[in-house]
Design a protein around this ligand. Structure first.
Ligand code: HEC
Length: 135
């Protein structure tokens, strides 16, 4: 948020509510492992993938795969940089490898196997959450 935007907001809302909002935002950022929206975007894109696979919409599913790969690349970079989180790095790499496999099965027109690989992919999410998600 630019300083101008902050000033505009401060003018519009009572000062006390702005301070409360800022305190809240700071607290939740401090607790969060990632940028605010990263996991939520992963979740939304993942759901779109499931739906596009069931519709056998190859082009849209491939778009979801590319987005998921870019998002998980950020997760992988995050845990590599953090250190001491080898299993999180490994889980993310496995998840990204599954995305490649799903892409290949879609390319071959084999949506059944693509769906099976998607289920495996979802289990990777849970594997990491079990180890690293606090709440
Ligand atoms: C390598 C670890 C890792 C992987 C892989 C992972 N997550 Fe997460 N996820 C986390 C952590 C850690 C949190 C806790 C949020 C935080 O600390 O910012 C989280 C939080 C979430 C949340 C809650 C977000 C919120 O706004 O509270 C959702 C939804 C989610 N993940 C979905 C997914 C889905 C779907 C996948 C797989 C496609 C996935 N995650 C893969 C680590 C991971």
């Amino acid at each position: 948020m630019s300083n101008n935007a902050i000033r505009r907001r401060t003018r519009r809302y009572a000062p006390w509510s702005f301070a409360a909002l800022l305190a809240f935002a700071t607290a939740s950022w401090a607790e969060s492992e990632f940028d605010m929206d990263l996991m939520q975007t992963v979740d939304d894109t993942s759901k779109e993938l499931v739906s596009n696979l069931s519709l056998e919409d190859a082009a849209s599913a491939d778009g979801n795969l590319a987005d998921l790969d870019a998002l998980l690349a950020q997760v992988e970079t995050h845990y590599s940089a953090k250190g001491g989180a080898d299993d999180a790095v490994k889980i993310t790499q496995d998840a990204r490898a599954l995305l490649v496999q799903i892409h290949e099965h879609i390319g071959a027109g084999d949506f059944e196997t693509a769906n099976l690989k998607q289920s495996e992919f979802s289990r990777n999410c849970k594997a990491c959450h079990k180890l690293y998600k606090k709440s």
